[in-house]
Design a protein around this ligand. Sequence first.
Ligand SMILES: Nc1ncnc2c1ncn2[C@@H]1O[C@H](COP(=O)(O)OP(=O)(O)OP(=O)(O)O)[C@@H](O)[C@H]1O
Ligand SMILES: [Zn+2]
Length: 624
Amino acid sequence: MRDSSVKRSLGADLTTMVKTSRVLLVGAGGIGCELLKNLVLTGFGEIHIVDLDTIDLSNLNRQFLFRHEHIKKSKALVAKEVAQKFRPDAKLEAYHDNIMDKQFSHAWFQSFTVVFNALDNLAARRHVNRMCLAAGVPLIESGTTGFNGQVQVIRKGETECYDCTPKEVPKTFAICTIRSTPSQPIHCIVWAKSWLLPELFGNSEDEAADIQNDENTDNATEIAELRKEAFDMRELREALGTDEGYRKVFQKVFGKDIERLRSMKDMWKTRQQPQLLDFDTLDQTLSSIDPAIATKDQEAWTIEENFAVFRDSFNRLSNRLKELRAEPTGDQPPILTFDKDDVDTLDFVAATANLRAIIFHIETKSKFDIKQMAGNIIPAIATTNAMTAGLCVLQSFKVLQQDMAHAKTVFLERSGARAINSESLNPPNPNCPVCSLLQVRVEADPDLATVNDLVEGVLQMELGYGKDISITHGSEEIYAGDGELDDNLEKKFSHFGIGQNSFLTVTDYSEEDARVDIEIIILEKSRPSPDDAMEVKDSKPAKLQEMIDIPLQAEPQTAAQRSSEPAASTNGETVTGKRKREGSSDLTNEHNSKRVASGFVPGVDSNGPIVLDDDDEGAILIDD
Ligand SMILES: Nc1ncnc2c1ncn2[C@@H]1O[C@H](COP(=O)(O)OP(=O)(O)OP(=O)(O)O)[C@@H](O)[C@H]1O
Ligand SMILES: [Zn+2]
């Protein structure tokens, strides 16, 4: 019955196309659950589902395939199990894994008719975009934020890819704003969530190690300061779980640290100087505070109430950590991390953020508001997800029918006259740092192949490049024609983390007969069998999968011309041009950054990083 109604709606041809297709769904969250239901009920032949996460209580209101009893279970596996019931004969395959894992190879991507992205972060979206471009598989990309949704159809060579248009850069905060001169509630919340909580209950010793390894000597005073701070914090951590713990923490972070800031007179010439809070005065008020205050999450707490919640949540977290330490599991020391649904961490962040706000004369916020801000929540709306997932399937019909002329980028908006608007697909951006490059496939054994095998063996001998080229992997330059990186020549691919599915960019700076830039994708090469002498003899650790002619550049560009180009807008993922390596401070460039905590990119990425912009000296990347 269901089959026949689908056939009546779609027609016999499309129904057959749907039935014989093999599709990949990446992400089984808000959009993913809706999309899986649609794909199954539409009759898609074979559906593979990948999601790295487990089900959380906060998912249940909209991720309708999941129930209370599924909490902590794999999203992909449960989604498969539940959706299977809609159509027992559907062929479903689930993977509780990260789509960026090497097991999801180029060949595996190639085996799909269409890929659907239902993800929540830029890095994974970019990865799938690149893999689909490389594999020549069409991608239906989707995302929602609140009432807004978007569906984009991507097909190599025919349409824009995900990276053809710059994406909104993650929200940035100057690190000194967070550490020294907060002026808004969010600055205090980021401080409490991303600095104080991890320092006391998280992995801060590792971070102290990072600080010591920092080679940037211009920052020596700041580094000395940070080290001293790390030392002070270690002392505080030792006081966790003692009766004195909350006093020591208070007197350091709301006492000594504030006194130090107050003594920097220049800083307060144009700003109001922070005020000191008196521990003893606040401590004496504790007995008069309603113990249920922390549950009143819509109210603005008084300073005394914030102090009481601080003490109480600090003790709760200290005790939890103590218990975890008493029964260690695994080889890593136990830690506590922020989770908006973990009431102890939320109370601690709310109370300490408010105490800091009071010190800096900033308005305080209710615990409810702080939960939204700290959890970076723009409410996810089930209806928006459902509509977006429906639009994904409608667009996939155009792709299956090879009717790209009628495929559209679709927008769901509440602001305009119409809720659903669409645009014809744009052609690829000829300057796109991802899809404009000619793609070359190289088979390599990452543990045997060296940079020299690639430079000499493949690029020079087989593809005709000269000496003056540069090779980058992500944001790292691994070879430069000026000889600066010659030490790398003998290093193996694996040394740089290059392996199956890695992408390398080759840029030619030759004054004459320069060839176009290319993107190399590394494919797995099986090791020759030691029994087969011929195979061993012929086998090179890195070789072209198939011969390809690399055209010359229309107008050769000099290195100087290249490096004056604006930075590629790929958040540091692809860096072309030498100048970039030498001088730029790409805010989201993970290489120059130290990861601290979490954040959000409005409109694009509900779980992306907040970047703490450390003036000119690189950035601190905050990540979950
Ligand atoms: N690299 C990745 N590999 C596989 N799955 C991923 C990857 N990155 C994100 N995902 C999955 O994509 C899904 C996105 O769904 P959604 O935006 O609804 O997020 P959520 O985490 O379920 O909800 P929320 O963030 O709103 O609490 C999540 O289930 C997440 O686990
Ligand atoms: Zn592109």
